[in-house]
Design a protein around this ligand. Structure first.
Ligand code: ASP
Ligand code: MG
Length: 420
């Protein structure tokens, strides 16, 4: 069996949902587990609902949610005839789940409400598409993945309970393929042992697909995207980016670590552990080659470029000229953990510690405030972090030659510079 994952852009309008049907028809004899994201920008819209609700703006939250409802109902109306009614009933159950909560007052933390509301996006899209596919003769079974993927209650970045989930996959998912060719479900979401919904972090559907691939021993996983293949840079930033048709797990995990937006960083491990190849294919033209990611040693990879913008440099220096050693650095890492901050680059000097972070003002303020008890803290904003893997002199000169470099780190494979 194979695992397919379709992202939000692949189902952001009725034509694209139909296109998804055409892609599945290319695999008539396959057993497929299909993971589908929320449609288009639904997740962003639901984040707005959660924010309004949490700020006590109930009417605004309800109104924003109403837009999400109408979008899905009108998509369902357009795509469905026979299945419209049962689909509408199912969608309305999810609407009720959310509205029931929106009529309350927030008494728990924001992240809890975020997950209860944002998870609705994937439930709506998959329910709708499942009805559509069944209506056009692509037989499939819809599953609420919250019955399968068990997580802890670290809302918005929940951790999967592998043992429980694996046994659920064995007992409740694997046998379905005896009777039906396609099982269709959500990525990105799960539930705690108290049946509270959780999410796995933005763009987490790739990861869910990989968890299923691992647990079902899939022969391959395919991520259907709106790009022709993985590229050596983001084409929005570098118009002359080049396609890469073959990569290995190691390279991709490094690319994701440095911030390439190719694939969710957690996706690779479950696939690597079972040696399952990952294909990246273009849903707009499935005949294109795309990219395969597998377990091969590869020579001659082109330079791979990751440019992270809106970076902040925090410099923390000791107040009394004492060394910044294990004790201080340990303290800072505790702060990172507590504030859920992942530095993009760090560097230790005799009496200072530098770190480069994404510009999340509320987190940086908290960090700077707490760190200022021990250090003198200075903050510099609007910087860019350029990473080049497999660099050479020419490419480095071309991309960084005329820039003011504030910080530089270099290994044989990778060079990173923080520039103004
Ligand atoms: N819908 C979620 C998001 O937009 C998860 C995903 O697409 O992977 O982040
Ligand atoms: Mg997405």
């Amino acid at each position: 069996m194979k695992v397919f994952k379709f992202g939000g852009a692949s189902v952001n309008n009725t034509e694209r949902v139909k296109n998804l049907g055409k892609i599945l028809k290319r695999y008539p004899d396959e057993k497929l587990l299909v993971v589908i994201s929320a449609m288009g920008k639904t997740t962003n819209a639901l984040e707005k609902v959660a924010e309004a609700f949490f700020q006590g703006k109930k009417e605004e939250a309800l109104q924003l949610f109403e837009q999400v409802k109408q979008q899905h109902l009108s998509t369902a109306k357009y795509l469905l005839v026979l299945n419209y009614l049962p689909c509408a009933v199912q969608l309305k159950n999810f609407f009720t789940e959310a509205e029931w909560l929106l009529h309350d007052k927030p008494v728990r933390g924001f992240d809890y409400y975020y997950d209860q509301l944002v998870c609705i996006g994937e439930l709506l899209s998959t329910a709708l598409i499942s009805h559509y596919l069944n209506e056009i003769g692509i037989e499939n079974k819809w599953i609420d993945v919250r019955d399968i993927i068990r997580t802890d209650d670290n809302f918005r970045d929940a951790n999967i309970d592998w043992e429980f989930t694996r046994s659920k996959v064995q007992s409740s998912i694997a046998p379905l393929f005896n009777d039906i060719p396609i099982v269709l479900t959500q990525g990105f979401i799960g539930a705690t042992d108290e049946n509270e919904s959780t999410t796995l972090g933005r763009e987490g559907s790739d990861y869910t697909a990989a968890v299923f691939s691992n647990m079902l021993n899939a022969e391959s996983q395919t991520i259907w995207k709106d790009v022709i293949s993985v590229m050596n840079a983001d084409p929005k930033q570098f118009p002359d980016a080049l396609p890469i048709h073959e990569l290995n797990y190691n390279e991709v995990i490094e690319m994701a670590y440095y911030g390439a937006q190719v694939i969710h960083p957690k996706t690779i491990k479950p696939l690597q552990n079972k040696g399952i190849p990952l294909y990246v294919k273009c849903f707009l033209d499935p005949s294109l080659e795309g990219t395969v990611i597998h377990d091969k040693a590869l020579n001659h990879l082109p330079p791979i470029i990751v440019l992270k913008e809106k970076q902040v440099l925090l410099e923390m220096s000791s107040k009394d000229f004492s060394f910044v050693g294990e004790h201080h650095v340990g303290h800072l890492y505790h702060l990172f953990e507590k504030l859920k901050i992942k530095p993009n680059l760090t560097q230790n000097g005799a009496i200072s510690f530098l770190c480069v972070l994404d510009d999340r003002p509320e987190k940086i303020e908290k960090l700077a405030l707490e760190a200022s008890e021990i250090f003198n803290v200075t903050v510099m904003k609007d910087l860019s972090l350029l990473t080049i893997r497999h660099y050479n002199k020419e490419i480095f000169e071309k991309l960084a030659g005329d820039k003011k470099i504030l910080l530089r780190q270099q290994t044989q494979d990778t060079i990173q510079v923080l520039v103004q």
